[in-house]
Design a protein around this ligand. Structure first.
Ligand code: ADP
Length: 504
């Protein structure tokens, strides 16, 4: 079994009280790794190291070029370690081979992107306010400081990179707390970081439980910013914590994305897109298209094709290259998904496919749930409003474009959504009316490191990825440089403490 310690100030150390816990393979239910169970004493040390690295260390003061070079080195090391990272991701998170391979590749690519951005010039003049001989005005962007980053288990490597990339590119220092389900993934990244040219203390990694290490980190007065991806419930709690010291907060939370299929869509493409939207990574994506709206005229044909194709999804060992759907990450998650399925049935929705956990053959030990399709769903039902985070899709029928928009927006969430139509103008019209941070037209789940990603409403606060992400990791500073040498022309000349206002 793999074993890992905490990364604090450039060194791997056990938890202060020596405690450990294990991560579990969701396919076999066997342990994968034993890791340190970090708690308050360890968080204190990690925050002190990151604080020192920010206040006194070279990292925030280094040139963008130098930071860029070091981050590029990390991206290259991720690439070089990709075979092992893919194997571990499959083992620890139940990700299928294809998902794990894609995620590791994207993680290196995303880090490479932020490495490039690190070299961006963060200062710009305010042209309209600056007058030669009178004043120069600049806007500088400077790192926020010491950032607490708390991440989930569904994309254990990519979520770490989405957080670390912009934070480091902008010159911040970090304490990262991975999810308790996938600590080994984070510690493999920690090894890469410790082996890079990043100065000690710039990135510290504390494995542990949410209510222990996570809570201690979020409450710590030495933290300048909390960046969190996870449930809306914990996101709200962290925002409350942050209010005590007015810590900066960015949150990427839940979703219940509407996937709208208009009658003029390319039917086969929309069916495939809807399957991908709902069932990719067993539905364990915050962007999952779990509210599938299908227009009246094509409804019956669509459901027939959709169900037929869903039946061909292959459940199996996630390490097998042919497997489409792996297990859910944990027993807890499997039970949660099954309880939502029971709720859906109780609420009167009709389950036309799946609905159970397979319990024979090679699937017996794993935390599987079959691809599940509910029809006759009312938008007010729990299965249409709450995030299930499993392979469960609720299909809703609509008559008009306006009705689809109205129903889609009847949600506390606003992370993503999609529209399928061959009428470009109509699709754009619908896209503009959806109250979500991302909309795909004739596509699903496509996320680029160059485009901002985040939520409207209770799906979050702030954006990850793109240049916007970098800005979330900076404070804005206005610098006014007075160029009037003549003291008698200064606006405060007539009375230093109570000058007459003058036009700028
Ligand atoms: P999930 O239910 O999918 O595990 P969570 O929001 O509970 O989602 O977890 C996401 C991340 O937040 C994990 O790293 C977890 O350890 C952490 N976490 C959970 N509870 C807390 C908490 N009270 N304070 C800080 N972090 C927490």
């Amino acid at each position: 079994m793999r074993e890992y310690q905490l990364l604090i100030d450039g060194k791997f150390v056990p938890a202060a009280d020596g405690k450990t816990f294990e991560s579990v393979n969701p396919f076999t239910a066997e342990p994968v790794a034993r890791v340190a169970r970090g708690q308050k004493a360890d968080v204190d040390k990690a925050v002190a190291a990151a604080r020192k690295a920010f206040d006194e260390g070279p990292w925030p003061r280094m040139s963008g070029e130098e930071r860029s070079r070091i981050l590029k080195g990390i991206a290259e090391k991720i690439e070089a370690a990709s075979a092992d990272l893919v194997a571990l991701m499959i083992e620890e998170s139940g990700s299928t081979y294809r998902k794990a391979k894609g995620e590791v590749w994207l993680s290196g690519k995303n880090m490479g992107y932020f490495a490039k951005l690190a070299n961006r010039d963060f200062t710009r003049p305010i042209e309209s306010l600056s007058k030669p001989g009178v004043s120069r005005n600049l806007i500088a962007r400077e790192p926020v400081g010491m950032c607490a980053q708390i991440i989930p288990w569904n994309f254990p490597l990519q979520m770490a990179i989405w957080k670390l990339g912009p934070a480091l590119a902008a010159g911040n220092t970090v304490v990262l707390k991975p999810a308790e389900e996938t600590p080994a993934m984070a510690m493999e990244l920690a090894k890469i970081i410790a082996d890079s040219e990043l100065p000690a203390g710039v990135v510290n990694v504390i494995t542990g439980y949410g209510e222990e290490a996570g809570a201690a980190l979020a409450e710590h007065p030495g933290v300048d910013k909390i960046a969190f991806t996870g449930s809306t419930e914990i996101g709200k709690k962290l925002m409350g914590e942050a209010s005590r010291d007015l810590k900066r907060v960015t949150l990427e939370l839940g979703g219940k994305s509407a996937n709208i299929v208009l009658a003029d869509a390319d039917l086969e493409m929309a069916v495939d897109g809807a399957l991908y939207g709902a069932f990719f990574h067993s539905g364990q994506c915050c962007t999952a298209g779990t509210r599938l709206f299908v227009q009246d005229e094509i409804y019956d044909r669509f459901i027939e094709l959709f169900t037929q194709k869903a039946k061909t999804i292959r459940l199996g060992n996630p390490a097998d290259k042919g497997t489409d759907l792996g297990p859910l990450v944990s027993r807890k998650q499997q039970e949660r998904v099954l309880s939502y399925i029971a709720t859906g049935k109780k609420e009167g929705a009709r389950c036309i496919l799946g609905g159970t956990a397979p319990d024979s053959g090679e699937l017996k030990a794993g935390y599987f749930v079959e691809p599940t399709i509910f029809v006759d769903v009312d938008n007010g039902m729990a299965i249409a409003q709450e995030e299930i985070f499993g392979p469960v899709v609720s299909v809703l029928r609509f008559k008009t474009e306006e009705e689809a928009i109205q129903l889609a927006n009847q949600s506390k969430y606003g992370l993503a959504g999609a529209v399928w139509s061959q009428d470009a103008e109509k699709a754009m019209r619908v896209a503009r009316k959806l109250r979500t941070g991302t909309v795909w037209i004739n596509e699903y789940h496509l996320i680029s490191e160059k485009a901002p990603f985040g939520g409207y409403k209770q799906s979050g606060l702030g954006r990850e990825l793109g240049e916007d992400a970098l800005e979330e990791y900076t404070e804005i500073k206005h610098i006014h440089v007075d160029e009037i040498g003549d003291r008698s022309k200064k606006f405060w000349y007539d009375s230093v403490v109570s000058p007459t206002p003058q036009p700028a």
